[in-house]
Design a protein around this ligand. Structure first.
Ligand code: ATP
Ligand code: MG
Length: 336
């Protein structure tokens, strides 16, 4: 299996302006130096507290936001070179600063599904036009041909011809999300960011959407970045999971390993909040002390150190690197 997306030391800062002269007085460091690779065909889960930078990372990877620095390697064929250090060749795949027509033609391969279809779908457009929009914008099809393709994709997501000439408000939450999924799929993308795609629907609908994502992935050869703060959902759908804390990735592992053997003290605290079904097994509930710090002014060294119960001297001084401590299990912590 090859790789489809690689982020190298990727950063996305939002300027903070203030004062009478509206000058820049600082930065919100929403994504602050992350390096990781997403394998072709996998579901890469991304978890972390609200505000830690998940959405910003997802949008930056697909160039809906311009990165502040770092590289994004993307190969629609899913054959990125394994070792991103191989100099010249990686520049052929670097999409971090492409613009204009080049960027536009890549958009068809990278799509996003947002949390809330009620705000992401234009209420004044017919379903057939909402779903066809990316095709038209990309100049890939129009008129009858576009409509045929819309119909095909609607059927794939569990909708039908009778839905073409309706408006979003005529649908349930789950159906609206299916429309949003159809729109994301219409250009036959390779990589899709699913940003909390089931958190606006009922639990009963959630399972059917998860099944749909799995089925579409298999049939259409998709790779997902699946963002959620629902850990049980992340476990159910992901092949590998990254844990994010204040703009950094602190741990990456496959979900079972992460749940059974979380290494980073933050991951341990995060997972200690999930109830275990077996009453014989007791898990200590770890309450995180202190306030979640601000990404405008992150703590020195390891960003988690002010809330960490194992913090030692070095933790406030030196930032830990993300290292592979066992095959496929990466952690950024001075304990290891
Ligand atoms: N357009 C923007 N301008 C300024 N700051 C922003 C912008 N978008 C996000 N931020 C800030 O960047 C940080 C990360 O936000 P982001 O939305 O990426 O977090 P998140 O992990 O997706 O949170 P949630 O789980 O609540 O969706 C937050 O401090 C947020 O306030
Ligand atoms: Mg978000």
């Amino acid at each position: 299996m090859g790789n489809i997306v690689t982020a190298i030391n990727l950063r996305k800062y939002f300027p903070i302006v203030g004062g009478v002269f509206r000058r820049k007085i600082g930065d919100v460091k929403a994504v602050d130096g992350v390096t990781f690779t997403i394998k072709t065909g996998e579901t890469f889960g991304l978890v972390g507290e609200s505000g830690c930078g998940k959405t910003t990372l997802g949008k930056t990877l697909i160039r809906l936001l311009d990165p502040t620095s770092g590289k994004i390697l993307f190969d629609p064929e899913g054959n990125l070179p394994e070792d991103p250090k191989i100099g010249e060749r990686i520049n052929n795949y670097d999409i971090s600063s492409i613009k204009g027509r080049k960027l536009k033609s890549l958009r068809r391969y990278m799509q996003i599904v947002y949390q809330n279809p009620s705000t992401s779908l234009n209420p004044r457009m017919l379903v057939k036009d909402i779903v066809a929009e990316p095709l038209v914008v990309q100049g890939l099809a129009k008129g009858k041909e576009a409509e045929e393709r819309v119909l095909q994709i609607l059927e794939r997501v569990g909708l039908a011809r009778e839905h073409l000439y309706r408006y979003p408000h005529e649908f349930s939450g789950g159906q609206k999300q299916r429309i949003a999924i159809a729109r994301a799929l219409i250009t036959h993308p390779k990589f899709i960011v699913l940003d909390e795609p089931t958190s606006s629907v009922d639990v009963s609908v959630r399972a059917s959407l998860l099944d749909l994502f799995k089925e579409l992935q298999k049939k259409m050869g998709l790779t997902y970045l699946f963002i959620s703060h629902d850990l049980s959902m992340i476990e159910a759908i992901s092949d590998r999971v990254a844990v994010m804390y204040l703009g950094k990735i602190v741990e990456i592992a496959d979900p079972r390993e992460l749940f059974n053997n979380p290494l980073h003290p933050y991951t341990q605290a995060l997972f200690s909040a999930i109830p275990i079904p077996d009453p014989e097994v007791k898990r200590e509930r770890i309450i995180l002390g202190g306030e979640p710090p601000s990404p405008a002014n992150p703590p020195s060294g390891c960003r988690f150190h002010p809330r960490c119960r194992y913090a030692k001297d070095i933790c406030s001084k030196q930032e830990p690197a993300l290292i592979e401590v066992k095959p496929g299990h990466y952690v950024a912590c001075h304990l290891y």
